[in-house]
Design a protein around this ligand. Sequence first.
Ligand SMILES: [Zn+2]
Length: 417
Amino acid sequence: MLQSKIFAKLAKEDPKDEQSLNARLLSRAGFIEKAMAGVYNFLPLGSRVLHKIENIIRQEMDAFGSEILMPSLQPKENWEQTGRWKEFDVLFRLKSMHAFEYALGPTHEEIVTPLAKKAIMSYRDLPVAVYQIQTKFRDELRAKSGLLRGREFRMKDLYSFHASQDDLEKYYSEVQRAYSRIFERLGLRAILTEASGGSFAKYSHEFQVVLPSGEDEIFICEKCGLAKNKEIFSSPETEKCSNCGQTSWKRENASEIGNIFRLGTKFSSAFNVKFLDSEGKEQLVVMGCYGMGTTRLMGVIAEMHNDENGLIWPQNVAPFEYHIVPLFSKDADLRKKIEAAAWKIFSTLQKQGIEVLLDDRDESPGVKFKDADLIGIPKRVVLSEKTVEKDEVEIKGRAESKAGNMKISDFLKHAAG
Ligand SMILES: [Zn+2]
């Protein structure tokens, strides 16, 4: 991709109306643009990162269920059937011109459960699971945390259906392990945290990342590393770790990047979803649900991976692998030479399927380097008068202070792996 096409102008200063670190970093570098509080446009750079995050999640989730797509616009009747039309505090409730009412989905139990009723008849249909990656809505009073808490956001949600609690438990533990793998691939250290089970179960599990700006408070067991959310924590003096039994805790601010719930039969009983067991008896289906906010993940990664000059993307989710930065000479012949070498590298890498951004703009070296730091692509390839005379490029890692030179032909071989 050419940098002249990123559909954004990079900002010298933080946007005045953004308080959160993630929104400041991502807006300045042209990844997102605020449409209104809690609602963002994802520009070409941001959209690429989001797709990478979602594809990593997809690769791990395909082993657990089939991908589907459910509607955002949901019938009020379904929400009344579970009692959540009134109970769900941040539910967006819409009134149409024709006096009908709808919910804008913050979650999809009210849709997936009646859907499952049509697919599940007998124990032979179980276990079964479906997931989606989709836009969700929450009618938040305040939305000041950038991508960490939006009114409109994207999420992966997986729903599983089982013949017994035992079967749910087995599946639940496997999803828990898959979640850890996903966060590792995204460059995040996630802490397994016990949290309230709401009205569904005794407790649920969250995956939390320690972050000064995080909205949650967690207490981490200093011996085994398991954490507890403040909402279910009594006091550091009396609380015992449910895993190792000790009582020494460390308090941290954190941001939740995933949660997994045992729903039991709460929703299957609301929609009367039953199956015939092996003895021909009718039983309620046992359910689990597993969420992961993909736009929030992008915000958390931005908050974790940066320095005073801008973003530093982990390789797996970076918008591009290489950033080619030609510094154009005032000398017309040299400029031609630099340009030709830059385009050659660009097209050679692209042909090999390597993702690369070329700074084709007529800007000064100072502006180009500053913008490259802001955007945070892991590897930078600089071409200047000095390097092209020797048929070389200068290679520098975004997180490293030292740079090294390499012959262009060697670099192309190296990049191709
Ligand atoms: Zn412990």
